[in-house]
Design a protein around this ligand. Structure first.
Ligand SMILES: N[C@H](CCC[C@H](N)C(=O)O)C(=O)O
Length: 350
């Protein structure tokens, strides 16, 4: 028997998530491999993190899984996305999330301004290597030791203030996951201060390079503040936009957007048909019905069942680029779109 698990795909500055309400999750699933399959960009829906939320009396529990199926204990961008999603469902502007026993408060102001407080970052934690070991690691990679600092934001972060090539960042990000100083891996933040802003590239543990990382932004801002590079406010710039950071007592408030990509249903074989039969496969089959909110594409279930790909309804999907700004070949696609829509209309009559 096929079961369907509704999901929403959202992103915060390109850091993307498949978000599922826990009440739809199968009881007997191996959640880590399920998360890995859903996150796969070729064979699943594709995302940096898979998020499950569950209503629990007055709070919402949020569980986070990385692309490789491993668990994570904090996710700033997903916290903003979930705050927006819950605001859209309930109208509540102040959301309390419980992430692995830690309270994360989200405040919805508008879709581009969602404020999240994940609690105070810390410069001391049991996972942090001692300073001599950290210094020799920095030297081995030709980084100034004083430019490398560990920050705990419920998840482990290493912040490096240094100008490095993308190739070197990839090598360091990768190497540090296998380094004996970080037995549980580490999120590596590469920060550059320019024009009174912090440019940030993050290599996330369990995922790799992402477009943005909220907890990384908090860690980097906290480090920049501690090293007196910045005062109580800063803008952290990622590839697709920026986050505003503000120190408040010991905590850091992070403010930025949360966007919808599309909604859909995951298909899975129903687990445990009977005691004699083994659990069903929980493979993430393709999305059958996805409706884009912020991106402008509308997908159709019917096309999927007819094996027609892509399952985009060209008639009602919208182009976000005005014709004056389009190259010639795209103009041609524009008229094809009309013909295709007419063809589909005929199909409906036939
Ligand atoms: N993208 C996330 C962080 C995921 C953290 C994860 N990679 C880990 O700690 O294992 C963020 O916006 O904070």
């Amino acid at each position: 028997m096929l079961q369907k698990v509704p999901f929403v795909k959202m992103h915060g500055l390109g850091n993307d998530f498949v978000i599922v309400n826990g009440c739809h999750m199968p009881k007997s699933s191996d959640i880590h491999s399920f998360a890995k399959e859903i996150s796969d960009r070729e064979l699943g829906v594709g995302c940096d993190q898979f998020i499950i939320y569950r209503q629990d009396s007055d709070k919402i529990n949020m569980t986070i899984y990385n692309q490789d199926g491993s668990g994570a204990k904090a996710c700033g961008n997903a916290s903003r996305c979930l705050t927006r999603l819950l605001f859209d469902h309930t109208g509540a502007k102040n959301i309390k999330l419980d992430v692995d026993g830690r309270v994360v408060s989200g405040k919805y102001i508008d879709k581009n301004t969602i404020k999240v407080d994940m609690g105070p970052p810390s410069f001391e934690s049991s996972w942090m290597p001692d300073s001599t070991d950290l210094c020799s690691l920095a030297e081995r990679y030709m980084i100034e030791p004083k430019e490398m600092i560990c920050v705990d934001v419920a998840n482990p972060h290493l912040v490096i203030f240094s100008k490095l090539s993308k190739k070197d960042m990839g090598m360091i990000g990768n190497d540090f996951q296998k380094c004996e100083l970080f037995p549980d891996g580490v999120n590596v933040n590469f920060a550059r201060i320019e024009d009174n802003k912090i440019n940030l590239t993050v290599w996330e543990r369990g995922t790799g390079f992402t477009y943005a990382c909220g907890s990384g932004a908090i860690a980097t801002f906290a480090a920049a503040n501690k090293l007196s590079f910045f005062g109580d406010e800063a803008e952290i710039v990622f590839k697709l936009g920026s986050l505003k950071m503000q120190k408040q007592n010991d905590s850091v408030l992070m403010s930025g957007p949360a966007s919808y990509v599309f909604t859909g249903e995951l298909l899975k074989r129903a687990a445990k048909l009977s005691n004699e039969k083994a659990d069903g496969s929980l493979k993430a089959l393709p999305v059958v019905d996805a409706r884009a909110a912020d991106s402008g594409f509308f997908f159709e279930r019917e096309l999927f069942h007819k094996d027609l790909v892509p399952t985009v309804n060209l008639g009602i999907s919208v182009r976000r680029v005005g014709s004056a700004a389009q190259i010639k070949v795209i103009e041609k696609v524009g008229s094809m779109k009309l013909k295709h829509a007419l063809f589909r209309e005929m199909g409906a009559f036939a």
